[in-house]
Design a protein around this ligand. Sequence first.
Ligand SMILES: Nc1ncnc2c1ncn2[C@@H]1O[C@H](COP(=O)(O)OP(=O)(O)O)[C@@H](O)[C@H]1O
Ligand SMILES: [Mg+2]
Length: 269
Amino acid sequence: MSKEKPKVIAVSSGKGGVGKTNFVVNMATYLRSLNKKVMIIDADLGLANIDVLFGIAPKFNLKHVLLGQKKIQDIIITGPNDILILPASSGVRELTNLNKFQKIQLLTEIDSLDLSIEVILIDTGAGISDNVLFFCGSAQETIIIVTSEPTSLADAYALVKILARDFGKDKFRVLVNMARSEKEAFSTYRKLAIVADKFLNISIDYLGFLPNEQHVKDAIIAQKSFISLYPNSPFSKRLALLGDKIVNMPEDKSAGGVQFFLKKALRVN
Ligand SMILES: Nc1ncnc2c1ncn2[C@@H]1O[C@H](COP(=O)(O)OP(=O)(O)O)[C@@H](O)[C@H]1O
Ligand SMILES: [Mg+2]
């Protein structure tokens, strides 16, 4: 029996600390409020922290899957608001560079999950490590988070460049986080879009922005999602707009999944 494939969205950045994990946790919570079935994959395999943000302590994680001790469906846990979470482990050096077989195993197992999930959000690490490229390279959509700091933009450009050149990615959506104004956010996006157009010949879409919100830290300390604690804040309202955009993104069946990865990244026809 055929089943609907989930929309797989990698959330990445060139530079660390720009708000990927915070975005993923809050977006998953928002999508659940729309009754979407959501799974988070914690793919920051060296420094996983989705579990910390949710205040949960999973017993098994991706390490056990990659060592052949568990199947993926056995390690998925149900977090707050029934968000499904595929946990990773922190500080395991073997996982910071998955080999080709582990990558194929992971994609195949994720592809064959029978959980009628509608959206998968992948919290990747930052930078241009092999794992980040793998998860972005095999997702249907890639959201790149930047801030207005020039270093964050330069690193985002480097990531986009490699994904475009080596993985055939030609579609990116930029989210400007911790923005001080809508205007500042859009001009940050434009800087990246202009160089990507000029030097890589790819167009980058603007997903939108999230304001700088000092209480985000309080939510992290409370180990709760920000939007559940402050549903009426400007951050939460903006997040809802982004969530509605994500839900309405047209499905791109040509990108993502095992076949796509094999063809693009491993050059297997
Ligand atoms: N919109 C925001 N406003 C203020 N602080 C934020 C915002 N988004 C994230 N942060 C803070 O930035 C830090 C890094 O966020 P995190 O989600 O862990 O980044 P990453 O996963 O990209 O490394 C955290 O301390 C978080 O509280
Ligand atoms: Mg993170």
